[in-house]
Write a protein that binds this ligand. Sequence first.
Ligand SMILES: [Zn+2]
Length: 458
Amino acid sequence: MVVLLLLVATVSSAQPRPVDLVVRHGTVVAVDPAHRVIADGAVAIEGGRIIAVGPATDVEAAFRGRETLDARGGLVIPGLINAHTHAPMVLFRGVADDLRLMDWLTRFIFPAEARNVSAPFVKAATRLAALEMIRSGTTTFVDMYYFEDQVAEVAKEAGLRGVLGETLIEVPGGPPDNKSIPDALAYTERFLKRWAGDPLVTAAVAPHSTYLCSPDTLKAARALADRYRAPLLIHLSESPVEQTQIKERYGKTSTEHLRDLGFLRKGVLGAHGVWLTPSDRAILKASEVGVVHCPQSNMKLSSGAAPVAAMLAEGLRLGLGTDGAASNNDLDMFDEMDSAALLAKHASGDPTAAPAPAVLEMATLGGARALGMEDRLGSLEVGKRADLVVVSLAAPRLHPLYDAVSHLVYVAKGADVSGVVVEGRVLMRDGKVLTLDETAVIREAEALRAAVERSVKR
Ligand SMILES: [Zn+2]
């Protein structure tokens, strides 16, 4: 008994252990299994990993941050996961709006890409996108574009986490960089090797879609991804046009086609899923494939409304994405959450569809699950990578606050983000981005404006 008492005395009088970073005094919205919301909470971080989450008094009694991030008067939430985007397309936003998907792609986007997209262009564009993503609370972005090595280099420079893939696409004239599928596959293999083991960049294999990739390309993509245990990114059941084309070519749905090619497995991420049938969804669920809902892009291109309520009820691995900025037109995941909640209600005629907690989960833990990375990302729990966001409650519209999750989904904007941490590194503090030179990035983007405008002259 005496020994035990001595032990307790020793523990309670112990000095707090120094750790890399303590984020403190914010209301912590953990998105953990208990749905904890901790008033005056704190998160302790060591080696890029979360080692404690709880009331600030408890966490600070045990840990002292060599660096601290004060979240007083704000919310501390898991970093948002933009599970489907084409980051460099920020330089094409606003060049052509209000068009049908195939018109928009073939008359504007593909020609603009052919004439402008180069390694330096992608670098400048991704820096601009990274700035926007950090400023609006995205900590992980899932990207498929061209010159993906440049995207990865900028992700590292900005300190963002990325799941990134070079697009494999079969279009007349080829894409801006690798003109043939063998070239694109070789590029992808070099890319997979270059980024293997990187703490921030996960290299993926990214065939564009069932309608712009042949069965052989899809099979080669899956085989390559398997050799490197890499994720696979693809557009899936986005539009009625895709639905019809694939039916005509193969007599089945895109999901059935992918299943029959042996393409589906955990770590496959299908963007959109607007036209998934109940049987498609059962196939995806059984194969542990992730689906990414992109409500704003789907609404803007009038692609339809994804069966979100059904996918949630069926327990699919469901994430949320903005898609490229040219069909959104921003990368703000707070906006996207609001739209996801509203569209699901509007489309189903059921105001109880996609409630706020489910939508916040879609933007965080759901995205992690869709990627098959839920053991590392998506919530504020001990053992996970330290990706988190501080949302300031300074704006009048955020007062009074009755329910933090409700405000996060229905009221907060990307512009309310005041702090961002990825892998334990502070990327933004008190509204200032620390990893990129904002003025230089905007100047660099502006310098490309005239060339883009010329290339899409009607
Ligand atoms: Zn897309």
